[in-house]
Design a protein around this ligand. Structure first.
Ligand code: PLP
Length: 452
């Protein structure tokens, strides 16, 4: 008979939460989530929430699918653990490596397994440098990322990301450089969206000139920046980036940890934008979050060098390709393929939600309503038309709106003053109707609070 208050007390006494202001948490108490099904979550007090964030952008197939639990159970009864180091493998790792090669874009036929997106990006950091050491010329070292980029919380991954707060708290890793993100709303100035897209891409070229082409090893970017605020690039951005990477011979690392597995309405953000990644970190939707697993997809042209010239890559995790996590991923991908989850997102759910989403641009608080696939944001502004004025301090109103959303029974996240959304891909029209009503109420509540 443990009550909600007991869990909150234990939590406050012992649990240091990720990305949480603990003083604030202890003052307000944590919500204790205890049950989930489909797009819904319940807390220990019986309150129901529509999971507008698919967990942390990961629960593509929705919560509570028994088949995944059964597959994990069966795997654990057969072989709960065995490693993939040295010359060992096991059936779920071998099978999953084939399935991920099938669903990812052409030419990415090798995978290095990790437990998370952060570890995938740490693997990228080391693999990029190792790759260039294997060439017959001095090794390139520098990796270019973007301001507001998020690639994880480990030391190398947080350095590749462009979150100032993370750099300030833990310091920076040498050999990483950041450029402006393709976020027209904040950085576009007087330029048209498409002109700005080209300008932002050319910043990569300017950085390569400044740092020296012989020093720049790779460029890393999310197809659409997620944790940075669902920043959707102008259509002109990616073709220009692809041109620069190939002309300047730098590896293109496309971080698909959020965009992968259907989020943008195709299997990968790379499919949506026509990208040909050299390395492609994946995680989250790979298992729909049922168990932790990630990986780095490696293009054949890179894998050939690593395999033919490389010898041993001194890198790996005890749980790389963990049997139970692989079983969860395999069952998740079986469900996604057989139930046509990506097609449902692209043909049913995304068009229906996008139409409603765009109508929020008429609300007095919304400066921009953007969405690709089921991946969107509402940019909240103090005055219309919106691009020139910002709330002061930045982020305060986003937090108020996020808290109203929670209180109304919809989980959304705030990034600065943008409300972001990324529901499970299996969401139905009826659930989208409910979601849209809750968003509308959240905007109205926030506006009323600001006018008080
Ligand atoms: N890369 C991207 C694009 C992400 O959004 C995230 C997490 O949100 C990560 C990497 C890190 O993944 P994880 O939290 O599994 O370490």
């Amino acid at each position: 008979n443990v009550s909600t208050a007991d869990f909150q007390r234990l939590d406050a006494a012992h649990h240091l939460h990720p990305f949480t202001d603990t003083r604030q948490l202890n003052a307000e108490k944590s919500r204790v989530m205890s049950k989930a099904h489909g797009v819904w979550l319940w807390d220990t007090d019986g309150n129901r929430y529509l999971d507008g964030m698919a967990g942390l952008w990961c629960t593509q197939i929705g919560h509570g699918r028994r088949e995944v639990a059964d597959a994990v159970h069966a795997q654990m009864m057969e072989l709960e653990y065995s490693n993939t180091f040295f010359k060992t493998t096991h059936p779920p790792a071998a099978r999953l490596s084939e399935v991920v090669a099938e669903v990812t874009p052409d030419g990415l036929n090798h995978v290095f397994f990790t437990n998370s997106g952060s570890e995938a990006n740490d693997t990228v950091f080391r693999m990029v440098r190792y790759y260039w050491q294997l060439q017959d010329k001095p090794a390139k070292q520098i990796i270019i990322g973007r301001k507001y980029g998020y690639h994880g919380s480990t030391v190398a991954a947080s350095a590749l990301g462009g979150m100032d707060g993370m750099h300030k708290q833990a310091g920076m890793v040498p050999g990483v450089h950041h450029i402006t993100p393709p976020h027209w709303f904040d950085f576009g100035g007087d330029m048209s969206r498409e002109d700005f897209g080209v300008w932002a891409a050319k910043e990569l070229e300017r950085a390569i000139d400044e740092l020296g082409e012989e020093n720049v090893a790779a460029f890393i970017a999310e197809p659409i920046m997620g944790a940075g605020g669902v920043l959707i690039p102008p259509d002109s951005y990616w073709p220009e980036i692809s041109r620069i990477c190939s002309e300047r011979e730098i590896l293109l690392v496309v971080d698909e940890v959020i965009c992968g597995f259907g989020r943008t309405g195709k299997w990968f953000g790379s499919d949506t934008y026509g990208l040909k990644p050299d390395l492609m970190p994946i995680a989250k939707g790979l298992s729909s979050g049922y168990l932790p697993i990630g990986g780095v997809m490696v293009a054949d042209r890179v894998a050939d060098v690593l395999i033919d010239k490389g010898g041993e890559f001194y890198h790996g995790y005890t749980y790389s390709g963990h049997p139970a996590a692989c079983a969860a991923a395999l069952e998740n991908l079986r469900i996604m393929r057989e139930e046509r989850v990506v097609e449902h997102c692209a043909e049913e759910a995304a068009p229906y939600l996008q139409e409603k989403w765009r109508s929020f641009a008429d609300h007095p608080l919304v400066g921009e309503a953007r969405m690709v696939g089921l991946f969107g944001a509402l940019e909240l502004v103090p005055a219309k038309p919106g691009r020139t004025e910002r709330f002061d301090p930045v982020g305060a109103v986003g937090t108020i709106a996020r808290d109203f959303s929670f209180a109304n029974g919809l989980i959304m996240r705030a990034v600065r003053d943008a409300l972001v959304i990324s529901p499970p891909l299996v969401i139905t029209r009826e659930e989208i109707d409910q979601l849209a009503k809750l968003v509308e109420k959240t905007l109205d509540d926030t506006l009323a609070e600001l006018r008080k």
